[in-house]
Design a protein around this ligand. Structure first.
Ligand code: PGA
Length: 250
């Protein structure tokens, strides 16, 4: 089954509103959007300006995080309702920086995934092992735990629209990407977990990205792997030129 590759630009805590809007306008000029879905993940402050700039185009917008309640006394948090209101279609959930720098647990991730889906948004669920976990041979075990807990209570229909991003923590922002065959092996493992948990139809439909030091130089080989259906790009997504080349590689 052919899955449309999905390439997402995770800007993290970068770009002012004018910078975000000019990137958006430039990438719209530079790409023809055939053959790949393209998603920008600006910081919260730039979500609405970017969705305005991208409105009526195939370019999609994601938030980098969300809180699970619709509204309430949660100072500093942003709800899925608000993200929809700002024009988002996707939300990153469980990025390793959220897990490791901000103490996000698997249970938090599960609540966020459910909240995102409840509001008709789509989740990009990030999973991945640390270097110590990989060195101890624990990659599959960690990824399986993160996936199972994130998907707890999710039905077949909800799971089918999911995007999973496999992002080994040791590869994020380090310039050291996973070898294409190693990333492929984990992405295949994730697909088999989904097959066992749901069924083959869902497993073949779910798109599984790779993220961690993706560059224009390594994107081609990574994206050529049968179970790598796209990329979640950090550093190389901050410049139109390098991000464009990665999209074109897909
Ligand atoms: P990187 O970040 O491409 O800079 O390694 C990827 C990510 O954190 O999503």
């Amino acid at each position: 089954m052919a899955r449309v590759p999905i390439i997402a630009a995770n800007w993290k805590m970068h770009k002012t509103i004018p910078e975000a809007v000019s990137f958006t306008l430039e990438i719209l000029q530079a790409l023809n959007f055939s053959g790949a879905e393209v998603v920008l993940c600006p910081p919260f402050t730039a979500l609405w300006p970017v969705t305005r700039a991208a409105s009526g185009t195939p370019l999609q917008v994601a938030a980098q995080d969300v809180y699970w309640a619709d509204q309430g006394a949660f100072t500093g948090e942003v709800s899925p309702l608000m993200l929809r209101d700002a024009g988002c279609t996707y939300v990153l959930v469980g990025h390793s920086e959220r897990r490791h720098l901000f103490g996000e647990t698997d249970e938090n991730v599960n609540r966020k995934v459910k909240a995102v889906l409840r509001h008709g948004l789509k989740a990009i669920l990030c999973v991945g092992e640390t270097l110590a976990e990989r060195d101890a041979g624990g990659t599959n075990r960690v990824v399986e735990r993160q996936l199972n807990l994130a998907l707890k209570g999710l039905g077949m229909g909800e799971a089918a629209g999911l995007i999973v991003a496999y992002e080994p923590v040791w590869a994020i922002g380090t310039g050291r990407n996973a070898a294409p065959e190693d990333a492929q092996a984990v992405n295949f493992f994730i697909r088999e977990l989904i097959r066992n948990r749901y069924n083959s139809e869902v497993a073949d439909q779910v798109r599984i990205q790779y993220g961690g030091s993706v560059t224009p130089e390594n994107a081609g080989l990574l994206l050529a792997q049968p179970d790598i259906d796209g990329a979640l790009v950090g550093g190389a997504s901050l410049k139109v030129d390098s991000f464009k080349l990665i999209v074109q590689a897909a």
